[in-house]
Write a protein that binds this ligand. Structure first.
Ligand code: NAD
Length: 477
């Protein structure tokens, strides 16, 4: 078999690349090592977790209506129906991808591809399927094989009670006590789901705060809310070992002083990071280079060191986020079809879909400090926003990072209900090189949470009317 372009991997990077290539008249084969398209994001990541987080949010909002005089009886949970509803979302979307591939004449092969040279893949049938391996040759191949959860050896035990995010999303049961190892994206999102379903959740985080690396101003309101939702949040604590004890898992919790204590849980979710899927692909038979962390090295056009290979998404570097993969896929294909596209983003937004959500884009205060950049930070507390008050969700904050001298918006961080949807406006502002005045002079609808973005700009300009932060008068002699 031969194809002009092979895309290896059917996630949001891979299918976007394959579909765009087909639309641009390139003959494409999409090789996917699973029976369905969609990748981790659609099949066992972003989409199913968001479906469950939606349910969790509605449940907590219903409970919180008690403060408004509306009380519901405690919810009864039909886990089979909930699981079916979540799986239904996946089926709808993956079915849509099959249709889109068909309409574009993208050939989809469900097989595991392994390079046997720079222009050749050996296609091995998926587990359990009979059949001989085929060879597929190509002019170019876009590698979009994603990443997998890391489970460090001391936590890797053969027990169905210890899972990664995939297992947690299967929703097999609602455990009484769940240990979440890692207070990062996955730990907090999935911990929130199980806590709302009635599980007593303990989160153990190695560093001194949840979501290490994320702006503390943004983490604070989330940590305060989670402290009420979770049984315990143990910081500066390492889960050093797991062992099965009858129907329970015994975890060894190590404090910085070196003391170790043992505690038992019904289930354990290990969410301590992901690693790129660059091993075992036969990449050593090509000229592509892999860095010390396992990422395939690419240039701004997503080209590897091998003239026939490009790489996109999680396997091609941080941040490991679906929207970065999709964007890179489009850059790779436009480059292949002779376009001038390069990956040159000023802002890649990141969202933690907890309640409240945390979203940020562009420069962070830590980046500014590291790079010695002169910025001012404007903060707008949501308590001053009418919509936040009417939603009873004043635990939000919108902040802008503004370049001194030019007043250009370089970064933004938002914590609050719906922050993930709001951040897109600031991404556009950063990409367009907008100044604070561009934001404040664009009329925003009232009453909305989106008003907090220009309002933060007004704080910077000393023009905020809904809070008292007048611009200081210049000192007189
Ligand atoms: P993460 O890197 O976000 O968090 C892992 C956490 O585990 C860190 O805080 C780390 O300090 C801690 N840790 C490591 N070893 C530990 C130990 N032995 N004991 C206790 N704590 C330990 O990783 P993740 O949550 O697994 O997510 C992986 C990646 O998946 C993310 O970086 C992100 O790229 C992606 N993701 C994104 C989203 C989203 O966009 N909303 C959601 C889920 C996952």
């Amino acid at each position: 078999m031969r194809s002009e372009l092979v895309v290896l991997g059917g996630g949001p990077g891979g299918y976007a690349a394959a579909f765009l290539a087909a639309d641009l008249g390139i003959q494409v084969t999409l090789v996917n090592a699973e029976s369905r398209l969609g990748g981790v994001c659609l099949l066992r990541g972003c989409i199913p977790s968001k479906a469950l987080l939606h349910v969790a949010k509605v449940m907590s909002e219903a409970r919180e209506l008690a403060a408004w005089g509306i009380e519901f009886p405690p919810p009864s949970i039909n886990l089979d129906a909930l699981r079916a509803a979540k799986n239904g979302v996946i089926e709808t979307l993956t079915g849509g991808l099959d249709q889109l591939a068909k309409r574009r004449n993208v050939q989809v092969l469900h097989a595991r591809g392994r390079f046997t040279g720079s222009q050749e893949l050996r296609l091995e049938p998926l587990g359990g399927q009979a059949g001989q391996a085929d060879q597929l040759s190509f002019e170019h191949c876009i590698l979009a094989v994603g990443s997998s959860p890391v489970i460090p050896p001391p936590l890797r035990i053969d027990s169905r009670r210890v899972t990664d995010s995939t297992g947690a999303l299967e929703l097999n049961d609602i455990p009484e006590r769940l240990l979440v190892v890692g207070g990062g994206y996955i730990g907090l999102e999935m911990g929130s789901v199980y806590a709302e379903l009635g599980t007593r959740v303990t989160v153990v985080e190695l560093t001194d705060g949840l979501l290490p690396g994320v702006d503390r101003d943004l983490v604070r309101p989330l940590a305060a809310r989670l402290a009420k939702r979770f049984d315990r949040i143990l910081l500066n604590t390492k889960v050093g070992k797991l062992a099965e004890r009858g129907n329970l898992i015994e975890a060894t919790l190590e404090s910085p002083g070196g003391e170790a204590t043992q505690e038992t849980f019904d289930r354990v979710l290990v969410a301590v990071g992901r690693r790129p899927n660059s091993a075992g692909l036969g990449l050593e038979t090509t000229q592509a280079k892999i860095d010390a962390r396992g990422f395939v090295v690419v240039d701004q056009k997503q080209r590897t060191a091998d003239p026939h290979l490009l790489a996109i998404g999680d396997v091609a570097g941080e941040p490991m986020l679906a929207h970065k993969a999709t964007h890179e896929g489009k850059v790779a294909v436009e480059g292949l079809s002779g376009g001038p596209a390069e990956f040159d983003a000023r802002a890649i937004p990141a969202v933690v879909f907890t309640d409240p959500e945390i979203a940020w884009a562009g420069l962070t205060e830590a980046d500014a400090k590291r790079g010695g950049r002169h910025i001012t930070v404007a903060r707008y507390p949501w308590a001053a926003n009418g919509r936040a008050q009417s939603l009873h969700r004043t635990d939000g904050l919108t902040k802008l990072l503004i370049e001194s001298g030019t007043d250009r918006v370089l970064g933004a961080g938002i914590v609050g209900s719906g922050a993930g949807d709001m951040i897109a406006e600031v991404v556009l502002a950063i990409e367009m090189g907008c100044t604070v005045r561009d934001l404040t002079e664009s009329i925003h609808p009232h009453p909305t949470l989106g008003e907090t973005i220009p309002a933060a700009g007004e704080v910077h300009l000393g023009l905020a009317t809904e809070i008292y932060r007048p611009k200081r008068k210049p000192a007189t002699a």
